[in-house]
Ligand binder design. Structure first.
Ligand code: DC
Length: 217
């Protein structure tokens, strides 16, 4: 952390891979300001659904970006898998990505007073938003494991098999859309550390990330 370049961690990976948990732990450990960039796309998707628009329609989605500042990013409705699906649809529209790009770059480059730097988690942080970030991590897990995590988060122990199957199908559809869109697809940057969390504890994942960051300092 003595180097002159800004301390930025770019953390990417698919839905429910454990990005959010790792991002919060790293932000605390290194005293970094955190931006969950998925929440921005979720807020846009949610706003489109609220106004009964179509998340795949460019005009509806772009209109929703005007309301971004008014949306409570901690609204639990943003966390639903149905909102995630709408987020993934608006995120495939280049004009929406463009509308959110400058905000994310500004955030990355300007940590508030008292913070050592920033950490952003998303899909294209290491490849498009902050390609010059000194620390890049790509975190993943197999899709059944991710579906189970999301299912427990959303339904607790009371969920049915059918609800699990629905979440699994939605995650598979989201992976497909996020990885194959032509604009800024989900992709590991060449110089990112790859962490598979399928069989790893949060602590082990955190340790791997810290070891990687120390090796580059
Ligand atoms: O990380 P998340 O599940 O909250 O993201 C929701 C959706 O938003 C995701 O399926 C794709 C989109 N997204 C994106 O395209 N680029 C990002 N940097 C973050 C999220």
């Amino acid at each position: 952390m003595l180097s002159a370049e800004p301390f930025i961690i770019a953390l990417d990976g698919p839905a429910a891979s454990g990005k959010g948990t790792l991002a919060r732990k790293l932000a605390e450990h290194y005293n970094l300001e955190l931006l969950d960039t998925g929440a921005l796309y979720r807020a846009v998707g949610w706003q489109v659904l609220q106004s009964r628009g179509d998340p795949e329609n460019e005009e509806d989605a772009l209109n929703a970006t005007n309301w971004l500042n008014d949306i409570d990013l901690s609204n639990p409705a943003l966390r639903r898998e149905s909102t995630g699906a709408a987020a993934s649809k608006v995120a495939a529209i280049p004009a929406v990505r463009q509308a959110l790009r400058d905000f994310q770059r500004e955030f990355a480059a300007n940590p508030p007073e008292g913070k050592n730097g920033t950490i952003l988690d998303g899909r294209d942080i290491g490849t498009v938003i902050c390609p010059g970030a000194p620390y890049k991590i790509f975190i993943t897990a197999d899709v059944e494991t991710r579906a189970k995590r999301r299912f427990l988060e959303e339904f607790g122990e009371d969920g049915s098999d059918q609800e699990y199957e629905e979440i699994l199908a939605e995650l598979q559809a989201r992976d497909e859309r996020d990885m194959t869109r032509s604009n800024s697809p989900l992709k590991k940057a060449d110089d990112a550390l790859l962490i598979d969390t399928t069989n790893s504890s949060i602590e082990a994942v955190f340790e791997a990330a810290v070891t990687f960051i120390s090796s580059k300092e």
